[in-house]
Design a protein around this ligand. Structure first.
Ligand code: HEC
Ligand code: HEC
Ligand code: HEC
Ligand code: HEC
Length: 384
């Protein structure tokens, strides 16, 4: 009897994935604060290390810091997860984990697309949003008064509200801050309010407008001292404003390959070292950690793709059957994998998600010219 119990218990545990264990396995705390996990060191934290460099707290020669700083654009800041259980809908969190969408127009990075099963996403969402507050959706009676208040209180200093006819303000004081290297920029973290009616627990919106910090302690949204009637009208506007359909920009044809010669050195400088290398680096460079795209991390197994040298690129990656595979082999669409992943990122940004994971993972796609450069180099036989 006793031995039977010992066998059954571990099976039951394995069947219901534990939220906290999943947060640790996917290393959510390498980007987010407020996960409840023990903090990891700055030398592994994607955002805190960048902030240390921007704020002159990183131990490195002065010249290095001066050179690095202007390059740090994507991961200066990400939203804290502290208190999201008070605010976000569980169902929305679950869907977002499986298919992240871009929420914050001033934040270059978006959530990475993880290798996550539906059960894992569901367990994480239950852990992050244990209980939703019940209550009615905001009244739809004061939309136009809310619109006037939205303008009066300059919500558009920080927020986009796409499709509503409201535009972010060009003279916002926070806009100047984005041009500086300020990690604590409230505008960068302000979501496009278009998504709020899908994201928020409906009963929470009024309380949010009254005192955001009471719900999300780390939030950069200030308390605006609104009167109760103003809160009603603004909630009405945010929840019920008529939204024009946002049309995804049409996919553009790729630029034709260049006539001139393109060397590895040029591709390395403008593409691999500029972006890819930060997740596909040489393990020797950083105490065995070659980044999530090489030695593994963020819940990904080690794919052993090193994009820091010509030899590394030529050596390819580990395929799912464990064999080495060239990154120049064509995928289903006939394009070399290296090119196909960059075009997949383009499509993801337009909301078109395919089986192929877009690269760079969770970051703005490479430009037409950068993609053209890689395609030209491949078509010329990948000269050194
Ligand atoms: C590489 C950095 C990175 C990692 C790792 C990461 N995230 Fe995120 N996450 C982001 C960024 C950037 C955003 C903001 C996206 C946007 O606004 O478009 C975000 C947004 C979110 C949001 C929405 C919060 C809000 O207020 O909009 C949730 C929920 C979330 N992440 C959960 C997770 C979980 C759970 C994990 C681990 C499974 C995780 N994240 C791992 C970068 C990361
Ligand atoms: C130990 C500090 C440190 C850590 C940890 C770190 N980075 Fe960086 N990162 C840097 C430095 C330094 C640069 C600028 C390098 C340069 O200028 O060549 C940089 C630049 C980048 C860039 C290119 C510039 C940009 O903003 O687009 C990306 C992308 C990037 N890092 C992603 C990541 C990701 C993802 C993680 C976590 C998996 C991470 N970094 C962790 C130090 C760090
Ligand atoms: C100084 C910049 C700033 C101003 C001004 C501002 N907000 Fe915000 N707002 C934010 C930030 C930052 C967040 C994101 C909170 C977080 O991630 O912790 C936010 C979040 C929100 C949310 C939650 C949206 C979501 O989808 O999660 C709503 C609703 C909102 N703001 C409405 C307003 C309204 C209405 C006004 C004007 C009365 C306003 N905000 C003014 C910065 C601002
Ligand atoms: C933020 C981290 C990150 C950045 C930046 C990044 N990658 Fe990746 N890359 C990964 C991870 C993680 C994997 C493993 C994905 C998997 O196993 O599904 C990967 C896998 C790949 C693969 C194999 C994909 C497949 O389906 O077999 C290619 C090719 C690739 N990356 C190319 C690039 C290129 C090119 C760039 C720069 C334009 C880049 N990566 C930037 C994290 C990153």
């Amino acid at each position: 009897m006793l031995s039977l119990a010992l066998i059954i218990v571990p099976v039951l545990v394995a069947a219901a994935p534990d939220g906290a264990a999943l947060l640790a396995r996917f290393e959510c705390h390498r980007c987010h604060e407020g996960t409840g996990l023990t903090a990891i060191t700055e030398s592994r934290h994607c955002v805190r290390c960048h902030q240390a460099i921007l704020e002159d707290r990183f131990e490195a020669p002065k010249e290095a810091l001066v050179e690095w700083r202007p390059h740090l654009r994507s991961l200066r800041v990400v939203p804290s997860l502290a208190g999201i259980g008070n605010v976000l809908r569980r169902e929305w969190v679950e869907a977002f984990l499986l298919a992240p969408q871009d929420l914050r127009p001033e934040l270059p990075a978006s959530m990475p697309r993880f290798r996550m099963s539906a059960e894992e996403a569901s367990a994480l969402a239950r852990h992050l949003v244990p209980k939703e507050s019940a209550g009615p959706v905001p009244s739809s009676a004061h939309v136009e008064r809310g619109r006037a208040l939205y303008e009066k209180h300059r919500c558009g200093d920080c927020h986009a509200f796409s499709g509503s006819g409201e535009h972010p303000r060009g003279d916002s004081p926070y806009r100047a801050m984005t041009r500086e290297a300020s990690p604590a920029n409230p505008m960068a973290l302000a979501p496009d309010l278009r998504f709020t009616r899908e994201r928020l627990q409906p009963a929470v919106l009024r309380a949010w407008l009254e005192n955001p910090r009471a719900l999300r302690p780390d939030t950069l949204m200030p308390s605006l001292g609104l009167a109760p009637k103003e809160v009603d009208a603004l909630a009405s506007f945010v929840w019920h404003a008529k939204l024009e359909l946002e049309r995804a920009p049409a996919s553009k044809p790729r630029l034709p390959v260049l006539e001139r010669k393109v060397s590895y050195a040029e591709v390395e400088k403008r593409v691999f070292r500029k972006v890819c290398w930060h997740c596909h680096s040489s393990p020797d460079y950083n105490r065995g950690d070659g980044g999530p795209g090489n030695t593994g991390g963020l819940g990904f197994a080690a794919r052993r793709l090193d994009l820091s040298s010509y030899e590394g690129v030529a050596a390819g990656l580990l395929a799912s059957d464990g064999s080495r595979q060239s990154v120049f082999l064509p995928t289903e669409n006939g394009l070399p994998r290296l090119l196909a992943v960059m075009l997949a990122r383009r499509s993801e940004e337009r909301g078109v998600v395919s089986e192929l994971r877009g690269m760079p993972l969770g970051l703005p796609s490479m430009s037409d010219e950068e993609i053209q450069l890689v395609e030209t180099w491949i078509s010329q036989g990948r000269p050194r």
